[in-house]
Design a protein around this ligand. Structure first.
Ligand SMILES: NC(=O)c1ccc[n+]([C@@H]2O[C@H](COP(=O)([O-])OP(=O)(O)OC[C@H]3O[C@@H](n4cnc5c(N)ncnc54)[C@H](OP(=O)(O)O)[C@@H]3O)[C@@H](O)[C@H]2O)c1
Length: 356
């Protein structure tokens, strides 16, 4: 990668994803000329320690994006709806973690190892998928490209960090309250999340699915370029702090056995197969937390499908890292590598450090 440093803004820098973004940028030695930390007016003036330096948080207003090359947004959809176009108008390329732009046709929705080429045509905004979609599509890609996919059924077991900082505090409070006998009420979720499993993530839609489930359906189709993919999901919030887990059932077009599937999955960049049930080895939320990879295991035949065309498996990944921050930074690195930092319409022939 050309290392000409860029000015990068992190919007939502005080949140769980924003803080992880700062950490990932630092770990990967992203070429930074300037790191601009932005959040709501409530946080303006707060300081954050980054790699031994103290940086002040500014308020995310349109003028804050002057001179920014890449803006990583994770401050919710309503903020992105307003500020992402404002940042793009000022010449920044936005990589947005919210749901605001994901299904807009002209906005690429990108998972770095699945559809990187889609980023080329961006017009100032690129969307990062929902965390539950993110960990699923690299594995589905391997099946799409070999035996084909007929139908997918996914049940998710999602951690509270997927909701944000308040939800982490709510689970902590309820666990503590259980021990001390001081009841901690539910406020972020409609029911207590400690010692529970809540099948309601985001709002209910008229078709009975939740919006989280429907995001997984629509986003998977867009990223995999399979607009007619038959896919259904049930999304469940569970009392885990970090990492989402998914039970996945796939009906393939042509037969495939578990051994062949394991080999296929292991060849996908960023996917690790952990599958030795006799030794109690399979992907776990606790082991995936803090890691950038997607972990797959419990690969077996789905015996309910005829002709050897059924597979069942378990997929786990850190929702804050690959599910959000890491993929956003990987997209930024991809833009630099390929000379696509600026929007397609303003790029000239030879790019310098991706800034044409
Ligand atoms: N958590 C995940 O696993 C995950 C995965 C993928 C995508 N996402 C998406 O990432 C976004 C943030 O999630 P999170 O988990 O980091 O939430 P969070 O911990 O609640 O943090 C929210 C962040 O947004 C900022 N913010 C709120 N209102 C704002 C405003 N009006 N203007 C500017 N900044 C504002 C907050 O700043 P203050 O501190 O000043 O309030 C804070 O920095 C959401 O869109 C979420 O859907 C999250």
């Amino acid at each position: 990668m050309t290392r000409q440093p860029l000015s990068v803004a992190v919007v939502g820098a005080t949140g769980v994803v924003g803080r992880t973004m700062i950490q990932v940028l630092t770990e990967r030695e992203f070429p930074l000329r300037e790191l601009r930390l932005l959040a709501s007016g409530r946080s303006a003036g707060r300081t954050v320690s980054v790699d031994g330096r103290t940086l002040e948080v500014g308020e995310a207003v349109p003028e804050a994006f002057e001179g920014v090359d890449i803006a990583l947004f994770s401050a919710g959809a309503s903020v992105s709806e307003v500020l992402a176009p404002a940042a793009a108008d000022r010449g920044a390329t936005v990589i947005d973690n919210s749901s605001a732009w994901r299904m807009t046709e002209s906005v690429p929705l990108v998972v770095s190892q699945v559809n990187p080429d889609d980023a080329e045509a961006h017009d100032g905004i690129i969307a990062n998928p929902n965390c539950s979609t993110m960990q699923l599509v690299p594995v589905l890609m391997a099946l799409r490209d070999t035996v084909g996919i007929e139908r997918v059924v996914v049940d998710t077991y999602q951690s509270v960090s997927g909701t944000g900082a308040e939800a982490i505090a709510e689970l902590e409070g309820q666990v503590r309250g259980h021990v001390t006998g001081d009841e901690a009420p539910a406020s972020v979720y409609p029911h207590p999340i400690a010692f529970n499993a809540v099948p309601e993530i985001d709002v209910f839609l008229p078709n009975g699915y939740t919006k989280e489930e429907w995001k997984l359906v629509l986003e998977s189709r867009k990223i995999l370029h399979l607009p007619d993919l038959r896919i259904s999901a049930t999304a469940v919030r569970i009392p885990v702090f970090v990492s989402h887990s998914e039970a996945v059932h796939v009906e393939t077009r042509r037969p495939i056995g578990p051994d062949e599937a394991r080999d296929l999955f292991a060849r996908v960049p960023g996917v690790i197969v952990r599958d030795d049930p006799a030794a109690h080895i399979y992907p776990l939320a606790t082991e995936a937390a803090g890691r950038d990879e997607v972990f797959v295991g419990r690969v077996r035949r789905d015996e309910s499908i005829d002709g050897g065309r059924g597979l069942a498996f378990w997929v786990v990944s850190d929702n804050l890292r690959k599910g959000a921050a890491t993929n956003a930074v990987e997209i930024a690195e991809l833009l630099i590598e390929r000379g696509w930092v600026r929007r397609a319409s303003t790029r000239t022939g030879a790019a310098t450090a991706g800034v044409a």
